[in-house]
Ligand binder design. Structure first.
Ligand SMILES: [Zn+2]
Length: 94
């Protein structure tokens, strides 16, 4: 009687159980920007809200980026929704 031993210890790796539902989500205190919110610099639709101690500024993506360097350090909050902007049909040349 021949018993074949099957080696099953070769690739043992239990499934990685990830705990779901325990993710720390940072609730945004600020409301999302609306179409009526306008860039303080050019009047285009605002996608960035900069909350300062003395008030808040609204910027379009363009001006938000332009003023980011000097405003970021003093901003209480930086609310950026530029990811909602659709890419400007830039041809992707590879
Ligand atoms: Zn602007």
């Amino acid at each position: 009687m021949l018993v074949r031993m099957h080696d099953t210890t070769g690739s043992f790796g239990g499934p990685t159980i990830r705990k779901v539902g325990d993710v720390t989500t940072t609730a945004l205190a600020t409301s999302p920007l609306k179409a009526a919110d306008r860039c303080d610099s050019c009047g285009a639709q605002a996608y960035i809200r900069v909350v300062l101690n003395e008030g808040e500024l609204l910027f379009c993506g363009h001006h938000g980026r332009r003023h980011e360097a000097k405003l970021r350090p003093i901003a209480v909050e930086w609310h950026d929704e530029t990811d909602r902007l659709q890419p400007q049909s830039t041809p992707v040349t590879d």
